[in-house]
Each structure stands twice: as C-alpha cells, then as structure tokens.
Design a protein around this ligand. Structure first.
Ligand SMILES: Nc1ncnc2c1ncn2[C@@H]1O[C@H](COP(=O)(O)OP(=O)(O)OP(=O)(O)O)[C@@H](O)[C@H]1O
Ligand SMILES: [Mg+2]
Ligand SMILES: [Zn+2]
Length: 481
C-alpha cells in the first residue's frame, strides 16, 4: 500500500470527527437536518483548519444515499465517490489556477444542468479571492439566479480580498485557529496509532510551530518521522524545526546576568555560524527570558512550562542570583528591541548593541533606588530644619531656661529659692513660715507652668534633640515693639 501522508490519512470523514470549529459544524448539521441548506457558503480562515474538509463533508451530507443527513455513511457509492475525488457532481476548483473569466463561464454553463447522479451539484472553489474581477462578475450573475440543486462553497484564506457583492450573497463562516491543546491531543492520538515515540516537550514544540494549523502540525510530524524514524528525539525535532539550541540561549543569559559584554560578540558570531536567522534567534531569546521570569515568579512551574524537570531546574539555577525586577527589565528591553531589529538594515549590529546594553543594565541605577535616596535626603533636610526651628523658638521664648545634661531641677530650684537675710528670730520664724508658704505656692505654680510648657510639641522635640531639661518657667515678656 502506498504511503499516505498524515493530513490525508487523518482527514475527518464526518462532522463529528472535526476538531474545533464547533459553531460551523453545529450550524451546518442543523441546516442539513432541517433542509435549510443555503445556496452559497463562504468559508474563511487560515491554512489547514478544515475548510476544504468541511466542504467535502457537507457535499457527502447532501448526497449520501441515506440522506440528506448530518451523518453521511461514508460507505455508499455517493460518499465513496466524494471521498475518492471521482464524483462528477462534486467539483473542487482551485481559484488560483482557474481565475479567469473563461473558467467561470464554463462553470456557469456546467451548473445549468441538473446533477447527473447525485441529489446536489456541489461546487467548491478554493482560494476564491484569487479570481479576476471579470470572473467575480460572471460568478455574481450565477449567484443572483442560482440554479436549483446546486450549492456553492467558496473557501479563502484572505476573506478581505473577496468583493462585498459576493459575500453578501453567501452565508459566511469564519474558521478559527486550532488551539494548542487540541493540536497536542490530536498529535498524541496520531502518535499512538502510528507507534511513534515523542516526548510531551516535543509535541509542544510541534504544536507551537504549527501555530494553529492542524495540517501544518501533521506535516511536521510526517517530516519528523521521515527524519528520525518512529523514535523522535527532542534534539532531532529542534533540528527540523530550526529551534535555537537551548545551550546557546543559556550562554547568552549567563553573559547578560553576569554582566559580561565581551561575551556577546563571539556568541552572536556563533548564532550566525549556526545558520539561525537573527530575528528568529531574538524571538527565541525573548522567550527564554520569559521562561526565566516565569520560574522566578511562579511556584508551580510545571503546569505552565512544557519542559522536563532537568530543563526547569536549569532555568531555576540560572536565575538564583538575579531579582525578578532585573529579569523583567531584560525581558521588556528585549521585547522593545523586536520592532527595531525587524526594520534595521544592520540586524547584527542592532542585536549586538541591544545585548551589550543588557549586560550594562545592572550598572544603570534603578529608578526605585533613586526614589529611595531622594526620600532619605528629604528626611535629613526635614530633621535639620525642625531642629533649626526649635532652636530659634527657644531664643524667642525666654521663659524656658535650659541646661544641657543631668542638672537636677529640684536642686537648682532650692539653690535659687534660699532667702538672703532674717531680721529677728520671731520675724525670722514668721517670715520663715510666710516664706515657706510662698515657696510652696511658687513651686506648685512652677510645676504647673512646666507641665504646660511640656505639652508644647516644639518644646518637647527641642528637649529631645538636645537632651535638655526645664529649670525655670517665666511668663513671656514681650516688648511693645
Ligand atoms: N478542524 C479540523 N479537524 C480535524 N482535522 C483537520 C482540521 N483542520 C485541518 N485538519 C487536517 O488538516 C488537513 C487539511 O485540512 P483542510 O484541507 O480542510 O484545510 P483548509 O482549511 O482547507 O486549508 P487550506 O486553506 O490550506 O486549503 C485535513 O486533511 C485534516 O487532516
Ligand atoms: Mg483547503
Ligand atoms: Zn453515504
């Protein structure tokens, strides 16, 4: 038996086998079931997402011996003829190579007649946007008076190039990219059936490279089997896909993290020698830094990174000494370089300069550090002006005498309050009595005044700053001036 490529071998035969495209499949199945099939459809979307496949399934759904049915049997003669490309009533025309007025004219002639064997004539025009203006005009006439029992299905990867006059006469369906997860599941299924050994990292690599196209994913798997046989190693895959070898990426991140700009030039030389496109390499390096940031920031990395333990550990080891802020800065700078690199007439010099700049990044003071420094300078200035304010306040408030360090207030008070002379014993006694009464009152008043003075925050801060004590409190005497 001749070898069949996976894209052909695993082409869905029924609506149920389609991967993704739920909205399209559901609507078409219902249309067939309820006998509400439109006369013209337009299927748009990127390459290899199931447009032609769906068109064929619809043709079978309409023409199956047991139909029209949303579940064609694939066994009857009608289904078989369509599957084998030999039905005279189901025509697949390539719009790119039949783009002129003559081809469309003969098509118009053809659809005038009833289907020969089947219930419906199904005309599938692939890459319909390639038709010339005259061809579109001729097609438009057919769509205005559609022949009965004929269904047109136009497929295009460039919907915006199809004239609005055509689109308005068709029911449009937009085919979506196939998700990474769906592609991986499909590849796993195919590998299982074909006895292919491939790591989950390898499957991820293929799915990533396919970028939403299931046919591309299948073709890459074909290529990999042709290259390595049934045991596909990650290394072989990287070679096929042109993925930059991980070690080179690590050599770059090491040079950047260790601030070794002299390493950059020979490393870029190595990249060029290995035959990598510099823009592609830049993309891979950006991705590498994204992975570094991820392992630095996230606890459960495995769910988010399609890498094996060894590779995850290598990433973790790489960022041990770096801060996530640093890595984020590298990543942002790399991303910003993308545009410049794309348009640079000297991509090599541009890339070298960008990477050398990254090596110097740590030397460039961070904004947050500048802010921190400014804050501390601001605080210093605040303290010294407060101190100045307090000392000038002390000068203008003569009711507080202060003495530095440990001078006891009581002792000083006693020293000052001692009477100077006594006249007689009696008078002395009396005056002593009077005096002590007076002294007591004075003391109470002073204590009260001290308390009041201490409540003033400027006094308090002054006392704290100069470790001073209050020795006397006098009412403020202001000059009339
Ligand atoms: N949605 C899908 N579900 C299952 N298989 C798919 C799907 N899309 C694509 N495939 C696989 O890819 C192959 C090619 O798909 P198909 O020819 O339908 O793509 P297309 O959208 O018409 O692409 P192009 O624009 O390149 O013509 C199919 O034979 C099938 O194996
Ligand atoms: Mg197609
Ligand atoms: Zn059938």
């Amino acid at each position: 038996m001749s070898y069949l490529i996976y894209a052909r071998k695993y082409r869905p035969m029924t609506f149920e086998e389609m991967i993704g495209q739920k909205h399209v499949v559901q609507t078409l199945k219902n249309a067939v079931k309820n006998n509400r099939v439109a006369q013209a459809y337009i299927f748009s979307g990127m390459r290899g997402v199931g447009k032609t496949t769906t068109a064929r399934i619809l043709a079978k759904a309409l023409n199956c011996q047991h139909g029209p049915t949303p579940s064609p049997c694939n066994k009857c003669e009608f289904c078989k003829m369509i599957n084998e490309d030999r039905s005279v009533d189901v025509l697949e025309i390539d719009g790119a190579s039949n783009r002129g007025i003559d081809e469309v004219r003969s098509l118009r002639e053809g659809v005038k007649y009833k289907p020969i064997h089947s219930r419906y004539k199904v005309i599938i025009i692939d890459e319909v946007h390639m038709l010339t203006t005259q061809a579109f005009n001729a097609l438009l006439k057919t769509l205005e008076e559609p022949p009965p029992h004929t269904v047109f299905i136009f497929a295009t990867t460039e919907f915006h190039k199809v004239p609005a006059t055509i689109i308005s006469r068709c029911q449009p369906f937009e085919f979506k990219k196939i998700s990474q997860k769906e592609i991986i599941n499909h590849l796993m299924e195919v590998s299982g059936k074909e006895n292919i050994t491939i790591s989950s990292y390898g499957l991820n690599l293929v799915a990533e490279a396919a970028d939403g196209s299931l046919r591309d994913a299948q073709s890459l798997l074909d290529q990999a089997v042709a290259f390595s046989g049934e045991n596909i190693s990650d290394e072989d895959l990287k070679e096929i896909l042109g993925t930059v070898r991980r070690e080179i990426l690590f050599e770059f991140s090491k040079a950047i993290l260790k601030e070794e700009p002299n390493q950059i030039f020979p490393l870029v030389e190595k990249v060029i020698e290995s035959g990598y496109d510099l823009r592609f390499f830049h993309k891979e390096l950006t991705h590498h830094f994204r992975n570094l940031l991820l392992v630095k920031s996230v606890k459960h990395v495995k769910e988010l990174l399609p890498l094996n333990d060894e590779e995850i550990n290598a990433l973790k080891h790489e960022v041990e000494k770096a801060s996530s802020e640093d890595i984020l800065r590298y990543l942002i700078a790399l991303q910003q370089g993308d545009q410049g690199l794309r348009y640079s007439s000297h991509p090599r010099i541009y890339l070298e300069a960008l990477l050398v700049k990254l090596c110097h990044f740590k030397k460039i003071v961070q904004l947050k550090d500048i802010i921190k420094d400014l804050e501390s300078i601001k605080n210093d200035i605040k303290i010294s002006t407060e101190a100045q304010k307090n000392s000038s306040l002390a000068n203008t408030v003569p009711d507080i005498e202060v003495q530095k360090e440990k001078v006891s207030m009581d002792r000083l008070q006693n020293e000052k309050e001692v009477p100077e002379k006594e006249e007689s014993e009696f008078s002395t006694k009396r005056s002593n009595f009077e005096h002590s009464k007076d002294m007591h009152q004075k003391k109470v008043r002073k204590e009260k005044d001290t308390d009041i003075a201490l409540k003033d925050p400027t006094v308090k801060s002054f006392l704290n700053t100069f470790k001073a004590h209050i020795i006397s409190v006098e009412p403020i005497k202001r000059s009339k001036k």
